[in-house]
Write a protein that binds this ligand. Structure first.
Ligand code: ADP
Ligand code: ADP
Length: 230
């Protein structure tokens, strides 16, 4: 069974804006799927429906066979990591403490949480000895995004949702983050839904690419080569 299944999903906001229509999407375990399309075509809304920050108006959403369409979003946090462009690290906590919050939240001891946080920082390419004791503002934008990824993976979620995570970093750093992320995703085996407006990023990262058209309709869902018409 697919890791994520959206069936007939639609979202109309309270003001009447139709953001997503009749969306069917099946994402396999361990797959990296990019949602791409122009601004306002419903990508973020789709992502937020998957982790239930937004409730769909129509349709059903299943995660690993469980119907989560009306589930409490707090309950989903353990199975769905979320990384956004404004990563939202706690400004008054050091980097190690920022990542430790998640294992601590799930009842791990301080020493286990600390070990886990160090391991995760390593995984995203930040030496914990160098960066663990810094505060978020002492890191570059790209480094902060890496911490965001580490924190999102701290609960070992089977699904990771990413909304333009590298959108604010300069092109050179972005390419490096993309490469690193591909390696990391392969290593961890997490299923990823990745939102971007950049078709180059989408075809570079995605096992498959879901192309949205304006009006929140899915225009194409295929391999990068086919999306590029090759
Ligand atoms: P994308 O991520 O592709 O840029 P969004 O999912 O953010 O698109 O938005 C899809 C559509 O829904 C847009 O027309 C946007 O203006 C609208 N929209 C997003 N959030 C809200 C909201 N809270 N209330 C009303 N309309 C919204
Ligand atoms: P608010 O609506 O006040 O921004 P939220 O509860 O929506 O608060 O989210 C707060 C932060 O928690 C977000 O910035 C995001 O980083 C994180 N978050 C939200 N949903 C999830 C999720 N499903 N899994 C992991 N982290 C999440």
């Amino acid at each position: 069974q697919p890791m994520i299944r959206l069936s007939g999903v639609g979202k109309t906001y309270d003001d009447g804006t139709v953001a997503v229509q009749e969306l069917d999407l099946e994402i396999e375990r361990g797959e990296l799927v990019c949602l791409v399309g122009p601004s306002g075509c419903g990508k973020s809304t789709t992502l937020k429906m998957i982790n239930r920050l937004i409730e769909p108006t129509t349709g059903t959403i299943e995660i690993d066979g469980d119907d989560v369409t009306h589930q409490d979003p707090v309950q989903l946090r353990r199975s769905i990591g979320y990384v956004i462009q404004q990563v939202g690290l706690f400004p008054h906590q050091k980097i190690l403490a920022n990542v430790m919050t998640v294992p601590l939240l799930y009842g791990e001891s301080k020493s286990v949480a600390r070990d886990r946080a160090r391991e995760l920082l390593d995984l995203v390419g930040l030496d914990p000895a160098t960066y663990g004791d810094r505060y978020p503002h002492q890191l570059s934008g790209g480094q902060q995004q890496r911490v965001g990824v580490a924190r999102a993976l701290a609960a070992n979620p089977p699904v990771l949702l990413m909304d333009e995570p590298f959108g604010a970093v300069d092109p050179v750093v972005r390419t490096r983050l993309q490469d690193e992320f591909l390696r990391l995703q392969d290593e961890v085996g997490v299923t990823v839904v990745f939102v971007t407006h950049d078709i180059d990023e989408a075809v570079r990262l995605g096992d498959r690419v879901a192309v949205f058209a304006s009006g929140g309709r899915l225009a194409q869902f295929d391999t990068p080569a086919r999306v590029l018409g090759r």
